[in-house]
Design a protein around this ligand. Structure first.
Ligand SMILES: C[S@@+](CC[C@H](N)C(=O)[O-])C[C@H]1O[C@@H](n2cnc3c(N)ncnc32)[C@H](O)[C@@H]1O
Length: 292
């Protein structure tokens, strides 16, 4: 079955759900949602200055998952639009917030948070604010998910690391489940190729959906070291792989299952995008606040 039809975060809001275990994404040391706010501000100011929307500002959060993070992003975006409009004596628009994730995502947990979300907006911004309309858009962001030229601002956080499929040709990766030091070199190549294909497709799709003068902020983990097996890029996957091998030794899983399992995720390397660069970007004394 295609990956996009089965992949989803753990549903509900129980102890082991995604909703209760996404603090890293929210406040992560380097690029959590809170850290991204200055970038959102700069980017949204650009959209407003480009004068590309009339009465309704359409926002899309791609790979929203479920839980409070899904609404936190749109809430921050609405705050920024509201602030910039007030600073410039502009009428605050209505908002259309489109929450996208794969078909198996637990959108219901988000919907249950909406009454409080709408009430908070009214309380904080006044009765005449908006209104704001939140909707779910199930589908893969590697395909078209919106009509032509219909979105003003796209955000995606911690989602683009998921590939559209497990790369082809990994049969010789043995009990490794990702790019490991003992992986044959074709494994690195196939992962890199899949990332390139997927990221290119993502950008192509969005280029058709975002209005001219619209904008996009994407955050996702990247590695600062070229070697894909460096701890920087694969430490978590290594731990997971080792746990599976331990389970194999205890007879809890079969070797053939591990041999046929590879994670459909990728931590890309960006030239010059090491931790120093990230720290510089988030340093308020630095005049550089964007990725070139
Ligand atoms: C780690 S969660 C991040 C969720 C949220 N943005 C946050 O910051 O907490 C990654 C999300 O991306 C979604 N995702 C992965 N591949 C996707 C795709 N091709 N299209 C849409 N969503 C996808 C997953 O289902 C998952 O909910």
């Amino acid at each position: 079955m295609a990956l996009v039809n089965i992949l989803h975060m753990k549903v509900g809001d129980g102890e082991s759900s995604y909703a209760s275990n996404s603090v890293v994404q929210e406040t992560g040391i380097q690029t959590g949602i809170q850290k991204v706010i200055p970038f959102l501000k700069r980017s949204i100011k650009g959209v407003i200055n480009n004068d590309v929307f009339n009465d309704c500002f359409t926002v899309a959060d791609l790979g929203c998952a479920s839980g409070t993070n899904a609404l936190l992003v749109s809430s921050n975006i609405i705050d920024v639009v509201h602030e910039v409009c007030q600073e410039n004596n502009l009428k605050v628009p209505q908002f259309q917030v489109c929450l996208n994730d794969l078909f198996g995502n637990d959108f219901n947990t988000i919907f249950k948070l909406l009454p409080e979300y709408y009430a908070n907006l009214k309380r904080n911004k006044g009765e005449r604010f908006g209104p704001c309309f939140v909707s779910a858009v199930p589908g893969s962001f590697y395909d078209r998910i919106f009509p032509d030229q219909s979105v003003h601002f796209v955000h995606s956080g911690f989602s683009l690391n998921w590939l559209s499929q497990v790369p082809q040709g990994l049969e010789n990766n043995g009990t490794n489940i990702y790019m490991s030091k003992t992986s044959p070199s074709n494994v690195y190549e196939e992962y890199g190729k899949q990332w390139h294909t997927d990221f290119t497709k993502f950008l192509q799709m969005r280029s058709e959906e975002i209005v001219h003068g619209g904008s996009m902020v994407l955050t996702f983990p990247a590695r600062s070291i070229v070697d894909p097996t460096s701890e920087d890029g694969s430490a978590l996957m290594e731990l997971l792989g080792q746990s599976l091998v331990d389970m194999l030794k205890e007879g809890l899983v079969q070797e053939s299952d591990i041999n046929s399992f590879n994670i459909p995720a990728y931590i890309p390397w960006f030239k010059g995008f090491g931790l120093d660069r990230v720290n510089q970007m988030f340093d308020p004394r630095s005049s550089r606040d964007r990725i070139d």
